[in-house]
Design a protein around this ligand. Structure first.
Ligand SMILES: [Zn+2]
Length: 487
């Protein structure tokens, strides 16, 4: 007995030693990036051109409609006027539904092209929200240290900074090392089926296999990771999937003085209760694991210890993460029961009931595996389960590697322009146009070179979207450097 106790104690000591050593030996990698001279910009002109684009209300249509071509035409003409060198140097193609594809021929055309993306459309501002904007959403007003307007953050900043950077570089006689394509959708906020999908189809027909793709969907954040004092650049290397599932039941209707044991409402409620009680299984997706691996060396010892020893602490980390609604989405497909409609009168039995549940799908699962699981958990032939809107459902994207040319180019440029930042991969809990591009290349990245405070994240589709002028100029500078760094 004593021997067993001694052996167990020894194992424990060795375990503690291994765990502590692994954490203690983990050091941040030495970062050395090539020196660079910031590219001089026409600051005043750049801001004016940005503001002019904000003033064009390129609102995405609702309900799956095609983009409004009259306003997109205005945007195209504006860009043509504002960036003459780009339009003289690059080939510009206008796709049937108004998306734009620019081709900037590189020095070596045998190399695969790089694709840099953005979208020209913006989320509509409903009339009732207008009075809540401190400065009108399409005014482009400069006030209180910001440029105000829809698109200043999502996503005209991308489109305009790409064109501004290219215009500046072309004026300096720069030719990219490899061919660069600019791909601008015009209905990203409506699912991208007329913009991004058409561009991808065209590129597939031409057998274009890009070296990498960079789109929106990442940023530099501060104060969001407990224990990390430096700002963190999140490069989106994967996206969760999305599906809205409708559950419906049919009742007999009739007078409520003679109810059946379960009405349509009771039956549907039982199904919904089962789904909340049987959440999707939890796991640690590859992207989140790789984020932890990259982040661990920068954490204080107590926080580094579990992340440096995922082989031991993974179950605990996942279990704790699930308890925080802001983190749980990194570990499982989330179930959000968002809509419930039934009944029409106090004394009448409901003829039917309908609920809509929104699922954000974890890598490893698919739209159809989610629907299958919903059916098997509900396990009631009286409950119909279907995809509410197949046009808007998406499988999770594949995870892009962090040792590719594209990721390294982003990483280097971020360290050049934002020297004290930690760069980590990230699983995005939202959909972007870039997910369509995953059929062209495994290397799809999402990043915007703006450092945000956490409160700014809600500006994207919300009220009072705005951008500090110096942050826009920095994004242009970053983009110019990124283009120079592409090899
Ligand atoms: Zn966007």
């Amino acid at each position: 007995m004593k021997r067993i106790a001694a052996a167990l104690f020894l194992i424990l000591v060795v375990l503690v030693l291994i765990v502590t050593l692994r954490a203690a030996l983990l050091k941040p990698p030495a970062i050395s990036v090539p020196a660079f001279t910031p590219i001089a910009l026409d600051d005043k002109g750049a801001l004016q051109r940005f503001i002019g684009a904000i003033q064009i209300p390129t609102e995405s249509q609702s309900g799956g409609e095609r983009p409004n071509q009259a306003v997109m035409q205005k945007m195209r003409e504006y860009l043509e006027q504002s960036f003459p060198k780009v339009h003289a140097t690059m080939q510009r193609e206008v796709l049937t539904d108004g998306a734009l594809l620019f081709t900037w021929k590189g020095r070596d055309t045998s190399l695969k092209p790089a694709i840099l993306m953005g979208h020209m459309d913006v989320v509509p501002v409903p009339a009732e929200a207008l009075p809540l904007w401190k400065h009108p959403p399409y005014s482009g007003e400069v006030a209180e240290g910001f440029i105000w307007g829809r698109g200043t953050f999502d996503d005209k900043i991308h489109v305009l900074s790409l064109l501004e950077a290219a215009e500046t570089l072309i004026a300096r006689g720069f030719v990219p090392a490899r061919t660069i394509l600019f791909a601008f959708g015009d209905d990203e906020e409506n699912g991208g089926k007329y913009g991004a999908q058409n561009i991808v189809k065209l590129l597939q027909q031409r057998n274009v296999q890009p070296e990498f793709v960079i789109d929106e969907g990442g940023a530099i954040v501060s104060g969001m990771i407990p224990g990390v004092t430096q700002p963190v650049a999140l490069i989106g290397t994967a996206e969760k999937g999305y599906v809205d599932v409708v559950l419906s039941t049919v009742g007999k209707g009739g007078h409520s003085s003679a109810p059946p044991p379960h009405t349509a409402i009771g039956e549907l409620s039982a199904a919904l209760t089962k789904l909340e009680a049987n959440q999707f299984p939890a796991s640690l997706p590859a992207t989140v694991r790789s984020q932890y691996d990259t982040l661990a060396p920068y954490l204080p010892f107590a926080k580094r210890l579990p992340l440096a020893n995922l082989w031991l602490f993974q179950p605990l980390i996942v279990r704790l993460g699930l308890q925080n609604p802001l983190q749980a989405g990194s570990f499982r497909t989330t179930t959000a029961e968002d809509m419930f409609n039934a009944g029409f009168k106090e004394n009448a039995l409901p003829p039917s009931a309908r609920a809509v549940i929104n699922f954000r799908i974890l890598p490893g699962e698919t739209v159809s595996s989610v629907i299958d699981r919903v059916r098997s958990v509900v396990n009631d032939a009286g409950v119909t389960v279907s995809d509410a809107n197949p046009g808007s459902s998406r499988n999770p994207s594949p995870a892009s590697p962090i040792d590719s040319n594209g990721y390294r180019t982003l990483d280097t440029t971020i360290h050049q322009l934002f020297p004290n930042v930690i760069v980590i991969p990230n699983l995005l809990n939202a959909a972007t146009d870039s997910s369509y591009y995953c059929v062209l290349t495994p290397n799809v990245y999402r990043f915007l070179a703006v450092d945000l405070d956490p409160s700014a994240l809600e500006l994207a589709h919300g009220l009072n979207e705005r951008m500090a002028p110096e942050k826009y100029l920095k994004a242009v500078q970053f983009t110019a450097q990124l283009i120079e760094n592409i090899h």
